[in-house]
Every structure is written in C-alpha cells, then in structure tokens.
Design a protein around this ligand. Structure first.
Ligand SMILES: C[S@@+](CC[C@H](N)C(=O)[O-])C[C@H]1O[C@@H](n2cnc3c(N)ncnc32)[C@H](O)[C@@H]1O
Length: 297
C-alpha cells in the first residue's frame, strides 16, 4: 500500500473487513469524490461498484481501500474513473420510432400552441457526444422549413467535458452518419477529407448554430419555458431518490403541458413522479407535464 495513509479517509481507523458491505463501499468512495467536488451518492451502488471493479482490474488492485487512497492522491486516476462513470453510447436518431411519434403526434401540438410566431425550446439533457441534439435540430428544422415564423433553440448539456468538446466540434465518422438518409447527410453535413484521407462529416453551420452545448450537471441547470426535454438513457444509472430530484427539476423547467422524453428502458419511478407527469405515449416513453398545485411543487 506504499505511502498511503489508510487512516485519513474519514479520520478514523479502517480495516479491510469494514468495507464488506455496499454501504461501506459507497461511504468510502463518496468521501473521495466529495474531495474533488462531486456527489456519487445518487448513483446506483451496483453500477458504481462495476465501474470501480473495472478500473481496479485494469490496475491489478484487489483492495478497495488501497484504490480509494490512490484516487485521493492521484487526480489523473480520479479523472479516469470519473470518465468511466459517464457511459457515452449514443447515435443519431436513436430509436427512430421515438422521433417518428414526436414528429407526427407531438410536434403539431407544440407548433399550434406557439400560435403564428414563436420559439421552440428544447433541452437535450445528458447529450453525450451531441448526436441526439443534432437529430433534434435536423428534425425540428425540417418541420418548420416551409414557414419563417418559428425559431429553434436547442440547449444540450453533459457532465462529461470531453463529450461536450466533441459535440461542439460537430465532426462525426462515416460510420456514425452511415445510417442516416442521403438527403439528411446532403443537407446537414459537409464531407471533410484530411491529408491522410480520413473522412469525417461535419454538421453544417445552420444546423450547428441551433444548438448550444454546455458541460454541466443536469441538476445545476436553471432553464425555463422549455417545450421538450429529451433525457434518454441517463437516469438508468441513478437511484430512485436522485431520479425524483431530476424529474422535479424537469417539471420546473418545462412550460405548462411541455413534454419529457425518456429512454426506452426508463420509466417514471415513484408516486411523486406520477403526480408530475402523465404518460402521453407510454410505449415510446413520452410524458407530458401535469400542472400541480403549489403544495406539491
Ligand atoms: C448513455 S449516454 C445517453 C446519450 C443520449 N441521451 C442518448 O440517449 O443517446 C448518457 C450520458 O448522460 C451523461 N450524464 C449522466 N449523468 C449526468 C448528469 N447528472 N448531468 C449531465 N449529464 C449526465 C453521461 O455523461 C453520458 O454522456
């Protein structure tokens, strides 16, 4: 265990057997994360443990306390672990049926609610490398292309800084765009070939400019008056209490009767959430905000 001071994590003595329960494990690593300004208590313990185990296997460390001490002293290792907590898997128009439902059933209602003019405001919460936000930009810009009456504003955030930098850059591999219809590629991407003959597809400025990316936690956002929130495949890693906190946040951020879209494997957990949102299109996990009385807010 080298120079690491095994007693300094909580200012109390530790024995390895003390980390035998998940609760101990989470308490110990929570304290390490808090030192760096992050709260991991919201994550599901099983998910957290899988991530810790993976890093420890790579480093050939068998002892959680030893790993906790390394994390405490070595910021680069902390950064590695933190990045591994953010699962960035995504793609353009992920679950196309969700986008179809949104286009056919929800978008007409949003547009008619705006009247003759107005701005459509959408949040891609937990956007990873940006494909979801750009898919929304593409879809909504097509929906309003025959009229000049509407503006589109898409705000996209992720806790992972590297993912946000990638998204802002807006350059995707051929494989990423391969499944998109040809006319979408032609209208929204520019093919770039570098000196080594690598091919990339960059989102064109009119589409790119519809999206503002920000590296931050969903819970730190202060957005208001949104028409739609996409928060897909993010909440699966969180405990029920954290999910409720995030749902309450979304409820505040949406307009009256605004829409929330979750991932296909995600559902509204708990009675509190049921009071905040109605499943409008349950199969595709599209929910609508319920206006609640003040004492529930
Ligand atoms: C699996 S990706 C989902 C991307 C996209 N929404 C989709 O469905 O394809 C989950 C993303 O959520 C981000 N994330 C997790 N918790 C977050 C939080 N509290 N605030 C912001 N982003 C978060 C992760 O960093 C990761 O990039």
């Amino acid at each position: 265990m080298g120079d690491y001071d095994m007693n300094s994590l909580h200012g109390e003595n530790f024995y390895l057997s003390e980390l035998s329960t998940n609760e101990d494990l989470l308490r110990t690593f929570s304290s390490v994360f808090e030192n760096y300004g992050f709260d991991i208590k919201r994550y599901k313990t099983a998910f957290m443990k899988r991530r810790l185990d993976r890093r420890m296997r790579i480093l050939e460390i068998k002892d959680y306390l030893e790993y906790a001490m390394i994390l405490k002293k070595e910021k680069p290792e902390f950064d590695e672990l933190f990045a591994s907590l953010s699962i960035n898997v995504t793609n353009f128009f992920r679950d196309p049926v969700v986008y179809d439902k949104l286009k056919l059933s929800i978008m007409p209602k949003i547009l008619s609610g705006l009247g003759q003019h107005g701005k459509i405001r959408i949040w891609s919460a937990g956007c990873a490398s940006g494909e979801e936000a750009y898919s929304l930009a593409i879809m909504f810009s097509h929906a309003i292309e025959k009229t000049n009456n509407f503006d589109i504003e898409i705000i996209a955030n992720d806790i992972n800084k590297k993912a946000i930098e990638f998204a802002q850059n807006g350059k995707y591999s051929k494989k990423s765009v391969d499944t998109l219809p040809k006319e979408i590629i032609a209208n929204h991407f520019q093919k770039i070939v570098d000196s080594k003959n690598n091919v990339e597809y960059e989102v064109v400025p009119p589409t790119k400019n519809l999206v503002t990316f920000k590296a931050c936690d969903i819970l730190s956002s202060d957005l208001k008056n949104l028409d739609v929130i996409f928060c897909r495949n993010v909440l699966i890693y969180y405990e029920k209490e954290a999910q409720e906190l995030i749902m309450t946040k979304f409820h505040h951020c949406l307009k009256e009767s605004g829409y929330l879209v979750l991932g296909m494997d995600e559902t509204m957990l708990g009675r509190r959430c049921e009071k905040l949102f109605n499943p409008t299109i349950a199969r595709e996990r599209i929910y609508q905000k319920i206006t609640v009385s003040n004492n529930l807010k």
